[in-house]
Design a protein around this ligand. Structure first.
Ligand code: LRH
Ligand code: MN
Length: 429
């Protein structure tokens, strides 16, 4: 394995921080033991947690208005893998990447798998793309893909999803994420019921091509690119479609795909209750599908979602093993720093949720003592668990402060010398 950042550079960055870490970790351990927490058990669970990085998040994203690339950002899958390896080397919780096709297409997928493995990376769910027409495409997705009234467009979308499964098998992936932007901008533009029927019939053909040990993850989204109706617009439609399509179909929750103020943690609890919680696209948002850094706007919501995930782990249903993935668009930061910050926010939410005294919480709930129930959940949220997270990282060879270690590596400056300049076309990727 040849990792991109020299190990002694990480050791060098950690050295001046080690004493303070030991002191802070000691204090936190004493505080947690006083609360009756099994610190070693929490540490072990945190050390096992991983989340995948999105290849499309390794470069600067864009909005419909503009994209502002940075010198040295990756412009192809090989460079994106390098940057995702840097992220994993520093934070030690992102050993898999989620690729997107055709953006990440290559000729040799076995070779790509080996290349990733040499960087300490594997592949999580693969993403299909039937929301953009490719040059010379035989049918357009302008009127939809899996739900299009145009049989040729549906067939093309089915074939593309099946091709993504074939690619995923070569990469060692075990899941296909299907997000379709299909929908309408005007009432009457399409029949709302028939659109879903066409989607289900076409998705069933993709389902039929899934290997036995694979999953198909349906990603719902309230709106955008369609602004009046969206075929798979909410968790209700998604779970009904997943139940109709079969046991290998589950639902993926992208945190940014809901109306403002939606109780997403309850959606997580519901999808789990019916054995259909298949995965996550972690990010944050204030208004729409802003794809901002996880935990950057509403860290308490992320905590409440992980509280439901800890409950789900304690009460597993139907092979509970969600695909945890990040899905963000970085417009003002160095994408590596944003994903380091996001990985920290995500694993921090898990660590805090693991500190909840579930017996006390249950007892308060059974006795309808709302204040004690609230305190049982809010208490751990107020605990600074960062010394525990840093301890886990150091013991795994990572950085105590990943963002500052990354800056000390001067990775971006070095890559700016090597890599060709990225295009500034508006929009994503
Ligand atoms: C749609 C979405 C989907 C991806 C795309 C990059 O908004 O969340 O998961 O395919 O972003
Ligand atoms: Mn997503």
């Amino acid at each position: 394995m040849s990792l991109p950042i020299a190990a002694d550079l990480i050791a060098e960055a950690n050295a001046p921080l080690l004493d303070a870490l030991e002191e802070d970790y000691g204090a936190l351990t004493r505080q947690l033991e006083r609360r009756g927490v099994d610190v070693e058990a929490v540490k072990a669970r945190v050390a096992r947690f991983t989340v995948a990085t999105p290849t499309w998040g390794a470069g600067r994203g864009g909005t419909r208005f503009a994209k502002f690339p940075i010198p040295g950002e990756p412009t192809n899958i090989h460079e994106k893998l390098e940057d995702c390896a840097v992220i994993n080397q520093l934070c030690r919780v992102t050993p898999r990447v989620s690729p997107h096709f055709p953006w990440d297409m290559v000729d040799d997928y076995a070779g790509l798998r080996d290349e990733a493995a040499a960087l300490g990376l594997g592949f999580d769910a693969v993403n299909s793309n039937t929301f953009q027409d490719q040059p010379g495409q035989s049918a357009t997705y302008a009127h939809g893909s899996l739900s299009s009234t145009d049989a040729a467009a549906r067939e093309l979308a089915v074939a593309h999803n099946i091709e993504c499964v074939e690619i995923g098998r070569k990469l060692g992936s075990k899941a296909l994420t299907v997000w379709v932007g299909d929908g309408t901008n005007l009432p009457g533009q399409q029949d709302l019921a028939r659109s879903l029927d066409r989607y289900l019939d076409a998705a069933a053909l993709v389902y039929a091509a899934l290997p036995d040990d694979w999953q198909m993850l349906l990603e719902h989204k309230l709106y955008e690119p369609a602004f009046y109706s969206t075929v798979i617009s909410d968790w209700g439609t998604s779970i009904l479609a997943a139940q109709e399509l079969g046991p290998k179909t589950k639902c993926l929750v992208d945190l940014g795909h809901h109306a403002p103020n939606t109780n997403i943690e309850q959606i997580v609890a519901r999808l789990h209750r019916f054995g259909k919680l298949g995965g996550f696209h972690f990010n944050d948002s204030k208004y729409g599908d802003d794809d901002l850094d996880s935990g950057a706007i509403n860290p308490h919501q992320l905590y409440l979602i992980f509280n439901e995930l800890v409950e789900a782990e304690l009460n597993p249903r139907d092979g509970f093993d969600p695909c945890y993935m990040i899905d963000q668009s970085h417009n003002v930061t160095d994408p590596i720093e944003s994903m380091l910050s996001s990985a920290e926010a995500i694993v921090q939410s898990l660590a805090k949720a693991l500190l909840v005294d579930r017996d006390a919480l249950r007892e308060a709930q059974e006795r309808n003592d709302a204040m004690l129930g609230f305190r049982a959940l809010r208490g751990p949220y107020n605990i600074d668990v960062s010394p525990l997270l840093a301890k886990v990282r150091v013991e795994a060879g990572g950085a105590i402060d990943p963002v500052m270690a990354y800056r000390a590596s001067r990775w971006r400056e070095r890559k700016a010398q090597e890599r060709r300049a990225a295009g500034s076309g508006a929009g994503i990727v």
